[in-house]
Design a protein around this ligand. Sequence first.
Ligand SMILES: *Cc1c(COP(=O)(O)O)cnc(C)c1O
Length: 345
Amino acid sequence: MTDQSQQFASDNYSGVCPEAWQAMAEANVGHQRAYGEDEWTARAADHFRQLFETDCEVFFAFNGTAANSLALASLCQSYHSVICSETAHVETDECGAPEFFSNGSKLLTASSHDGKLTPESIRAVALKRQDIHYPKPRVVTLTQASEVGTVYRPEEIRAISETCREQGLHLHMDGARFSNACAFLGCSPAELTWKAGVDVLCFGGTKNGMAVGEAILFFDRALAEDFDYRCKQAGQLASKMRFLSAPWVGLLQDGAWLRYADHANRCAQLLADLVKDIPGVRLMFPVEANGVFLQLSELAIERLRAAGWRFYTFIGAGGARFMCSWDTEEQRVRELAQAIRVAMA
Ligand SMILES: *Cc1c(COP(=O)(O)O)cnc(C)c1O
């Protein structure tokens, strides 16, 4: 038996939450129509429309790379470009998929502060070149919560969307940890998306407690034209779609999505509180979502790894990244904090 102790390398080290699992089991009864024409898929889409208080178009994909890439491709022609932060997942962790699925739309990185773009950094890139020789900026993509665990406030998103409107840019949101952002701010999903000017949201299910799956929500329905064909061509149309959509019903119907995100956020907060007084440990970013980025000594990193702790040092901004998930145990957070204390001594 391999060691199954909880780790903090990624929130996707966790398993499936009971609500998602139960919904999968309930969907596993009898026969249902295929390719998304089933009742579960209709119910899941309705739950999203209710939760977001708007009649959005909803699609389901297997993972975040596909959701982001296809959503961005739907907003771009091949000669367009997408403005993102230099730490954005689309730039650093998707193996060129956004460029691939858009047939070449180039990602342009803008500077960010605490992992977040600003109207100024977007304008600097959007206005840098306006000649025929440069790929024309067409989309801005924000990551909510950001890759370094910070969260865009509604007024920050509104200011960015105003800049987008003024520059003729669409606004996309990579919401792999959208739930964590909602939990941190106590804002409604609508306030953080369409009410603040977001056109398309990729809502992460996997890190929120599902086995697989992301939802793509188009608040501007016109932008969703032919998106179903795009998904199919990219190999993202699940034939037994009900197993991709049912877990969403499980997560959304009684608020589990928000409870779990809140739990993960609180675990991250606890970890930050427990390590902040350790000499030599520096918190690299404000802890707002479910991640904690720590500057540790090289020796401490080696010692922690030797003691069996898994964590990344190349995601986001360097340093050591510790992610909490829907099922993180408080005791395990305390053990990690103690291990960091020992390793730094
Ligand atoms: C995890 C993650 C994704 C999705 O990644 P996949 O491995 O493709 O599911 C997208 N964006 C961010 C910011 C992520 O952390």
